[in-house]
Write a protein that binds this ligand. Sequence first.
Ligand code: ADP
Ligand code: MG
Length: 715
Amino acid sequence: MAKAQVSSDIVRLDQVKVSQYFGCNTFNERTMKERLSKDTYKAFKSALKKGERLPAEVAHAIANSMKDWAMEHGATHFTHWFLPMTGATAEKHDAFISWDEPGQVVERFSGSMLIQGEPDASSFPSGGLRATFEARGYTAWDPTSPAFLMEGPLGITLCIPTAFIGYHGEALDQKVPLMRSMDVVSKAAVTALAMLGTKSSSVVAQCGPEQEYFLVDADLAKQRPDLLFANRTLQGARPPKGQELEDHYFGSIKARVLGFMQETELECFKLGIPAKTRHNEVAPNQFEIAPIYEAANLASDHNQLLMEILKTTGERHNLAVLLHEKPFAGVNGSGKHVNWSLATDEGHNLLEPGHTPEENLQFLYFLAATLKGIHRHGGLMRATIAFAGNDHRLGANEAPPAIMSAFLGQQLNRVLDAIEAGEDIVSGARQSLGVANFMTIEKDATDRNRTSPFAFTGNKFEFRAVGSSQAIAMPLTVINAVVAEALNELNAQMEVELKSGKDVKAAVQAVVRAAVIETKAIRFEGNGYSEEWKQEAARRGLPHAKDTVEALKIWEDEKVQAVFTKSGIFTAEELEARTHIRHEQYQKALSIEAQVLREMAETQLLPSITADLGARASALVKVAAAGIEVPESLKSALQAQAHLAGVAQERIEELRKQLAIAESVESIHARTVAFGHQVRQAQDDLRDVLDTLEESCDADLWPVPKYREMLAPLS
Ligand code: ADP
Ligand code: MG
């Protein structure tokens, strides 16, 4: 029997313990500590802690050390890596070289190059923001996010995570607002803790984003212009019912997929991304990867990197990684569960039910603040996840509805009900509540309501309505902002209660009770997919923006503007720029889809359909010529197909017309409506008839891979 051959002459990274190479491609704190002088390292840590600017000589020393480290690892170039407002990532690479003497170069990288860069950023959408201020923007090093090495086919690039700011400090990216929101929520939480009797110098918003994605064999994906250009199928007859066997979920992972996952994780580990969990998802060829949670800004950088790693690793495995929210109609879509919590700088999770009554007072306080934030800003929560891709998923009977509600689980709900009823949450409760051990609230076993857009899952909230392709920076910024606002209000109420002579416990009781009563409308434990919930939510007065066209209006709401401008997370101009970009991106997505579908229909699908018609008609002529009677049913089937092909042609014309009309609309708001209503309707109508035609067309003539091929198990 042949023995498996193990090559012993190469060191395989995958045979080494993860802990031995985790973060090896990052210039992390450990590396800095090893390589920097004691004083430099101390100065760096102190500036970091205080959020101050680095002294020039410190920056220079770090830059030199970073360059040496990077070059020892083979880096030739560096780039400031940032998150423009579009949600993608951006890089512009520069070689380390500069002239030394005529004809001779030397590698150089200075402190100023580390700390500040001026990318030629004129092509990044700025929502008109830079025009209002100053044409240039610059990138500034974010020392809280370690620099890392990106491996290319021929050489390595040092990537320096940066913020992208305008000349007068205006945020031109997604990182700056996220960092501001983290500061704002930290301050509010520290004040709250102080009032509750806990000293803490800062509180960190933490996040663990669960990333869902589909894999399709790249040979198939390459044949579909819609997958290449719009990241989803714009046409495709539904697979036979039953293909969506639920046993794919948590089923065994096929070797080809496992190989892809393992390499993805290896790349993650090298970059210090704590990839933890991998599994199959509900739909065929749908999977998930989830990291261990980190500080929100790091989680955001890491999720952006992860999405890139997934794509590039996929290429090496001849797999197309689809991050779109709804790559296949009629098949479950993909989301990104954004798990969020707050923790003190000592790592104490403020959303973790405690072991003592005092700890639980604190827990209930932060829980109440979160509910209050979500209750007041359900519309904003909805708006932050509104974009073209998510429209196909939200409320589509398998993903959270477009109505914001919070799921807490039975036990916690009973606790809140008791608080509302005026039970003493500190002493009397244990006996009278009928809830075992009330003041040691335990992890609820009922935290599996997948239909809730915002669910409490034991010691964190899980924002499940976020789209799989979406950058998480903005959703996190929104959660931080609304919770900070609510905390500040609760803090103010606490002060009043305390001044009136109540002790801390009684004051918390009063404040939490008021918040529980006020926010009752968003607590919902039932089936979020159901029609009844839509009606019930309307009765409760909860906002329901059913699509992006509706949700985009929310950004103009005064209440929404105030939560950002009062806290300094966004200025009115910064917010306006982002709203502008949201409109532009929405229109662009719909425009691309419409163009791609039109072209596929006209140049690929209809020609095949008519070729099929022709072939069948000739076949029938031959049959008749052989003296065989051609049954009417065969003729009328062909007639019906010809008729439908004609309808398809008309709908192509209609789509072309609506697209031209929409493109010519002047006002940005009206243009969004034209795309979201007329263009989308025309596109849906065309798709409908093409899908029907696909079902009757000769499969051998069908010019693009079918759903059943793309969704077949990968092997
Ligand atoms: P689930 O029950 O949703 O599968 P897991 O415990 O597997 O929950 O966690 C899912 C994600 O939530 C992971 O990325 C995990 O790191 C993250 N997570 C766990 N605890 C927290 C927390 N306190 N704050 C933020 N994210 C968290
Ligand atoms: Mg989860």
